[in-house]
Write a protein that binds this ligand. Sequence first.
Ligand SMILES: [Zn+2]
Length: 251
Amino acid sequence: MTDSPRPVAKKEPKDGKSILAEIFENLPSDTPTEVKLPSGCKFYPGGGPVTVRPLKYEDEKAAALSRVKGRHVLNFILNRCTEGIEIPDLLTIDKMVLMLKLREISFGSELIMDTECPSCEGETKITFDLSKLPIKELPPDAEDPQPIMLPILKKEMVIKRPRVKDEEYLGSETAAFQNLWRFIESVHGHTSAAIIQQVLERLPSKDARLIIKTLSGSNAGIDTTVNFECGGCGHKSIVEVPITEDFFTGN
Ligand SMILES: [Zn+2]
C-alpha cells in the first residue's frame, strides 16, 4: 500500500457571484408568468397583462413581520408577487385565478386533500391538479358596472363588480345584505342614493338573491367543484377544492 497523494484537479478560486450561481443552479425560473384572468383585464386601467412570480421566503418573512392578519395576509403576498394591477382594484373573480397561479408556480399544481365519503364515511385522500380546474371567462360583451334584470320588479339594476377592496362588504351573508347598496349604481336609470335606499327597503327576496348571486361572481371565474368517486363504495359526489390562505402551505 502506498500513501502517495493522488493527483487532484486544481480548482479555480471562486468569487461570491459564481458560488451563488452554483447554489441556485436548480432554482426554477422566477421570471414573471403572465396570468390569463377571467376578466381579460378589460376593466383595468392598463388593460393588462398581469404577471405573477413565485413566492419567496422573503415574502413570507415580510408578511409575518407586518401586522397583517387573516385574508389580508394573502392580499399582502399577492401584492408583492404581482405586477400589472393594484391588488385593491383586482376583481374578486380574477383574484381566485391569480391565487391559483401563484400556488402553482410556487409549490406545484398538485393539491392533496383529506375527504370523507358522504355515503360510507370512509376517509380518502384526493389529489387535485390545480392547473386543470376550468376557468370561465367573462363574455366579450361583459360590462362593469353590469346591468341585470330584476326578476320580480322587472326593472334594470346596474351593479358594480366586486373588487378586492370590497371584500369586507361581502365577507358573510350578513355583511352582503347590509352592504348591497354600495354595489348599486342605478335602478331603472335612477342613481339617487335616496331612491336606491327606498328600493332596497321594499326589494323582494328573489331580486335581492339575484344581486347577491351576481356579486358572488358565480357566472365567471374558477370552477372549484370536482367530481369525486369513493374508492371504497363507489359513491359519486362533488367536492369543493378549498382555495383559502392556508392552501399556500405546500403539501
Ligand atoms: Zn364511500
